[in-house]
Design a protein around this ligand. Structure first.
Ligand code: NAP
Length: 445
């Protein structure tokens, strides 16, 4: 049986589990591939660091360049942009196929890597880069290649899903839920990339590129994180039958201007009966809408060493099989190259919370502003502060002065993001409006 040399770059959370499975399951993998996969070496920063799994110390090296130059397949699990990019380009230059989980690098410079891999006739696979263990990229790229995907809604960041889920199930404030996530290891010491939505944005750019055969740069993703979501927003959403999730939304826009593609990441209200509303804790899920297939949902663990190693091994076996059988697969396709659009043209619904003076005519004035901007209101609910006073207290204070303000909760029909944003700006300026307490987008209705 032929032997293929595998170079592993990185032996952290994911790399160590990949090395373990490659060693433990060597015979089974050889049968599936039709060749033996020989772990030729593992490049790390410090070979003396104790590892999570027991591995032959002779495998470790700091000379990643030499390791890469002698390999048939290179698995990059170091993370970061450099030296990962240079090592991957070097591997491609040597004719090796590359497997990576590095979403940050792919979002920043994926097109360079895709082009080099295609030109060299080698494979570049990155299933682990989006939603950890969940097989989502290959279904989008291969299984749905004959369909027309119209929308992808993803819960692709476990940290933010955990935080929002805690807030929803326990009523916790954001800071407490985040502290909890850190204590349980779901959030890193510096959680910025997760809570500001940057990680979800990088994954959104990758999903959109594959789903719409269009290279979608990370810089064009509209990105809002979850730091401003309050326990009050969550409670109000719950009250109205919604749950708040951080979604990465990739959309094909069909319109008279020739169409285009937009990607946006923001906290989103979803009806509680939507399948994505049932994704709890640090789990991930991706909901795909395609013209012929209809609605599909992919659900599972979005991170963790062993789950993510599953995605890496899947890519490795596929790439190794192609080497054995001959003929490279395509990395991705930019055949459509549709116009990339900003959030302004996206169609969505808004949930708007307002604190208003409790006086006659207020509702009419607010409704008129929405109408003037061509935005149609689906529901409007008013809660006067008097309603919040318990009957017993009210009876004890018969002469209480009437409440000065009331809370209005408005959900609009779908409309253009630009028009919705302008409406909120105009409503803010109305005299009876004391403040806009929340503005969140609604999907899935
Ligand atoms: P990690 O635990 O931080 O491990 C990184 C490994 O790379 C370490 O072994 C480190 O060596 C090595 N390394 C870093 N810089 C290096 C350099 N300049 N030269 C040589 N070796 C270097 O990372 P991870 O969590 O396994 O993640 C790896 C990749 O998978 C990242 O791109 C990440 O985004 C992606 N990913 C991770 C997960 C997850 O759940 N962790 C999920 C999906 C995707 P030392 O050990 O000697 O320091």
């Amino acid at each position: 049986m032929k032997t293929l040399k595998v170079a592993l770059l990185g032996c952290g959370n994911v790399g160590s589990q990949v090395a373990r499975i490659l060693t433990e399951d060597a015979d089974a993998l050889a049968e599936r591939v039709g060749a033996r996969l020989q772990l030729a070496g593992i490049a790390v920063r410090n070979p003396d660091t104790p590892r999570e799994v027991e591995l032959d110390p002779a495998l470790f090296t700091t000379d990643a360049d030499t390791l890469v130059s002698e390999a048939d397949l290179v698995i990059e699990l170091m993370g970061g942009v450099e030296p990962a990019r240079s090592l991957m380009l070097s591997a491609i230059g040597h004719g090796a196929s590359v497997i990576t989980g590095n979403k940050a690098l792919l979002a920043e410079d994926g097109p360079t890597l895709y082009e080099k891999a295609d030109a060299a006739g080698v494979q570049l696979s990155f299933e682990a880069a989006v939603a950890g263990a969940i097989p989502i990229l290959r279904p989008i790229r291969d299984s749905l290649a004959g369909d027309r995907i119209t929308r992808v809604l993803g819960i692709v960041n476990g940290t933010t899903n955990y935080v929002l889920d805690q807030m929803d199930t326990t009523g916790a404030q954001f800071d407490d839920a985040l502290a909890d996530a850190k204590a349980l290891g779901y959030a890193e010491a510096d959680p910025t990339a997760d809570i500001e939505g940057y990680d979800a944005a990088a994954k959104g750019a990758i999903l959109a590129s594959l789903a719409f055969h269009t290279r979608f740069p990370r810089s064009e993703v509209h990105c809002e994180g979850i730091t401003s979501v309050t326990a009050e927003d969550i409670a109000a959403a719950r009250d109205a039958g919604y749950v708040i999730k951080l979604l990465s939304i990739c959309e094909l826009q069909d319109d008279d201007d020739g169409g285009g593609v937009a990607v946006r990441v923001h906290p989103t209200l979803l009806p509680r009966e939507h399948p994505l509303a049932a994704v709890h804790g640090a789990f991930n899920a991706v909901f795909v809408e395609a013209e012929s297939a209809g609605e599909l949902m992919f659900y599972g663990q979005g991170a963790g060493g062993t789950p993510t190693a599953s995605a890496v091994l899947g890519d490795l076996v596929t790439a190794a099989r192609r080497i054995v059988l001959g003929g490279p697969g395509r990395t991705e396709s930019a055949s459509s190259q549709l116009p990339v659009r900003g959030i302004g043209t996206a169609e969505t619904s808004y949930y708007v919370g307002l604190d208003v003076a409790d006086e006659s005519g207020v509702l009419a004035k607010i409704a008129q502003v929405f109408a003037d901007h061509g935005v149609s209101i689906e529901t409007m609910r008013q809660t006067t502060h008097l309603d919040l006073v318990r009957p017993a207290e009210r009876a004890a204070d018969e002469d209480a002065t009437p409440p000065a303000s009331a809370e209005l909760r408005i959900v609009t029909h779908r409309g253009a993001e630009d028009a919705l944003a302008r409406t909120v700006e105009a409503v803010k300026k109305l005299e009876p409006v004391n403040s806009v307490t929340s503005v969140l987008r609604v999907e899935g209705v």
